[in-house]
Design a protein around this ligand. Sequence first.
Ligand SMILES: [Cu+2]
Length: 679
Amino acid sequence: MKKMKIILLSTLFIALFAMNVKAHCKLEYPVGGESFKSGESITIKWKVTIAHNTDNWDLYFSSDNGANWETIKEDINVNTLSYSWTVPELNTNSAKIKIVQDNQGTDYNSVSDAFTIKTDSAPTGNKIKIPGTITGTDINLTLQNGEFEFFPGHKTATMGVNGPVLGPTLIVNKGDFLDIKVKNDLNERTTIHWHGMHVSSENDGGPHMIIEPGDTWNPKYEVKNRASTCWYHPHLDTHTDEHVSKGIAGFIIVKDDEEAGFDLPRTYGVDDIPLAVQTRSFDDNYQVEWDVNTDDVLIVNGTQNAYVDVPAQVVRFRLLDGSSQRVFNFGLEGNKDFYMIATDGGLVEKPVKLSRLPLSPGERAEILVDFTGMEGKTISLMSYASEFSNGIYGASSPGPMPGMQLNGYNPNPMNGADFKIIDFVVGQKTANPVTAIPAVLAGETPYSVNDVDDNRNITFRAKSPGMNQLNGDFYINGVSFDMDIINITIPLNNTEIWTIQNNTPIAHPFHLHDVGYYILDIDGNPPPAYAKGKKDTYLVPGRHSTMRIITKFKNFANDSIPYMYHCHMLKHEDGGMMGAFVVVDKSTATNELNSKEGLFLYPNPTRSMYVTVELQDKKERINAYSVIDESGRILSYHIVDKNEISNMYSIPVFNYEKGVYMLKVYSDNKIYSRKLVVE
Ligand SMILES: [Cu+2]
């Protein structure tokens, strides 16, 4: 009986005791999200949150997200609320710490979220390749087929420049006169376009400047750009995606005195690091796929799961979205601030403090990140694509609603998700580090709307409406790209506003060759702070959004070889979402053949592929023209597409034999006749 009483009492006692000892604790450091280096000493901290008892603490560690626990230290005195711990030698991003009150089991514990541990000698992932450089004005580039191991142990057929994949960084100075030899050792034709460079159309490397296999193309030009980050890539009609996806792309870094006057990092590969960010699709045999929407492999400078060593100081990154289609939403892990110092067109007025920077295919930006005091730490550059609203290639749905299909797009772990671009592994400072973000830089003065000579409309629409329309093709001003048609003819030195209206459900990056542009407004609102400098590519939102840009077509005129304006989603571009424009210099139209009766015709006599017709009265419009030979036979009668009607038109003459022809131009209320001499 007495024994029974004791058992009852002790049961009661245990129950009471258990109620009294809800001694809860809270881990205060690490809490998760941190990154530690193996061998680093950290102080684990915790606090008591509810009533306390006298039982001691046990500390545990998991390297596999809590599946298995190892003891760090048991029986730590109850009055101690921290413990100094040396981080073990391993690489994991799923490490956790657990504090447990001794003898109380897992009911009374606190577990951190996952944190990262990286060893000194072997950070997780693959060390990035920094492209080699070519300096000087004689530049030799060889386009070649190759093989590259994007996946260890598996060879992928590639195209590269002076190597199997990607190409060297060209480092040039404003004012340099470049003599570039591009030898095509591929067994197919291609072109090389200097994206962002302000050069004449014959040097621009658009679809008309074809380099046949075995041939060498020799563009020669003066560098007129301000200091900036440009790039080069193929631009062959209907094959751009294939040639870029197989690996042809390289940086161009332009330097100038203005940029040199600021205290900015500029030691290439050390504190001035180019990052070509691309996504790719590979088939089951590890071969590159193009003209697809299944890009699920991220590479930076050709490296998967990349890291780069950076010094513990201010570091400059030159970001390029070199993807075929994907838009990235760049940001730093933990929302650490960074500073944009340059857009496509070079330095901006002052650094723009950002936590996010979206870039679409073709766009570049230069950013500064301050790693001061972060020796031994690793921080990831991320794409926070979960923050994209639908209607962007990169969001969870590329159309405004999930039902609008894009073949092969989902499932893809990158779509609408946050993912790592690259790890920055912070090491020691360099000898002469840049330690501060400059307060001011130097921007360019945008063109004034008061100086505008002409306005044009550029309208995007899907070829066929309906739930399948995202699969393309897409039209600009109602037509597909045609190698033989010049869509827009622009007088040299015209300042123009282009209103780009996107009547499709998806955002398209609009790229303008030759001159770049300033964004006036997007749907009536000023552009975001990171898009206020000069751009040459920018994402026009979908669903009837309108972007207005202003630019001036200066320095270069050529009646025959056009420049391009196009969507820089390469699948769309190859599918015809591109147009051609020529810049024409009518000051050369001086003789009798060129100008009379209110009509300019130039060049005339011509050896060009096109001649320009321009009505002096800008309000008059060219509706049609005909070409008649000396025997009176009509060789051509062409009605101008209604989207291309203006007072100017470029007439193709490349099919005509040498000789004298009669050109008839039909305007709204007049027919002009003019002798045309083809030499
Ligand atoms: Cu597009």
